[in-house]
Design a protein around this ligand. Structure first.
Ligand code: SAM
Length: 231
């Protein structure tokens, strides 16, 4: 059974997609989708030999070797032109790594596949990359599972420039307008951590005033966004 996190990624993969799952590890996501009959073709890309072997094993066990191709490659290098990939999923890694993988593999995105991304942290880096490359965010989700809060971002190439404000990049253009319990928890936790950091700095012999002000400004920004929704 798939985690709720990967299930949320899976629900954005359209029926009949030709997908590449980059950093697939066990290949659970493409295996689930192929079993559901949701896809007939997937690449399970992995940069590391151990996870690639896991994927190969799981794909064989699931009798899906005709539909899912495990490939050892760094990032989007797993994708070949004649694969006709129209959907790329990248889940379970940091947002800055996801952005670096997209940037390094840009030439493999010339047909502008849909991008379904699940950064564990630094979501802002993913949104900045999407905006810079004219990708529009069409769905976002945030959920809590096993004591972690995860965000899922689904984006398609737009036909004109895309602009997100600083707030939208940080909080998510869709998430900030549909604040759920996980969103509230994530940002209240962030406020608590910032307050704690400020307290510690104030206890220093020479408190770093500028740094404290910056953290306080961040708290104010978060509080503004959290209270926006209530109004
Ligand atoms: N996508 C799965 C998920 O969400 O459950 C597995 C996530 S796992 C934590 C991250 C995987 O990404 C690891 O197996 C790692 O080897 C792989 N990875 C990291 N950098 C990569 C890269 N540049 N190209 C391909 N795979 C990469």
């Amino acid at each position: 059974k798939l985690s709720r996190r990967l299930m949320t990624v899976a629900q954005y993969v359209k029926n009949g997609s030709r997908m590449a799952d980059i950093g697939s590890d066990h290949g659970y996501l493409p295996i689930y989708l192929a079993r559901q009959g949701q896809i007939n073709f997937a690449i399970a890309g992995e940069v590391a030999m151990g996870p690639l072997s896991n994927a190969e094993h799981e794909i064989k066990m699931a009798n899906l070797t005709d539909k899912i191709m495990p490939r050892l490659a760094d990032g989007l290098a797993a994708i070949k032109a004649d694969d006709d990939v129209d959907t790329i999923t990248i889940a379970g890694m940091g947002g800055s790594l996801i952005a670096r993988i997209l940037e390094a593999g840009k030439e493999r995105l010339s047909h502008f596949p849909e991008l379904i991304l699940q950064p564990n942290v630094d979501e802002i880096d993913v949104r900045k990359w999407l905006m810079a490359h004219q990708y529009q965010i069409i769905h976002e989700d945030i959920l809590k599972e096993d004591h972690h809060i995860y965000e899922i971002i689904d984006a398609v190439r737009a036909d004109r420039a895309v602009h997100y404000s600083a707030k939208e990049l940080l909080f998510g253009p869709i998430l900030m307008h549909h604040q759920n319990a996980a969103f509230n928890e994530k940002w209240h936790d962030k406020i608590d951590r910032l307050k704690h950091a400020i307290k510690q700095m104030q206890g220093a012999k020479v408190p770093p005033v500028a740094r404290i002000d910056a953290l306080q400004a961040e708290i104010n920004l978060i509080q503004e966004v959290l209270s926006d929704e209530r109004n």
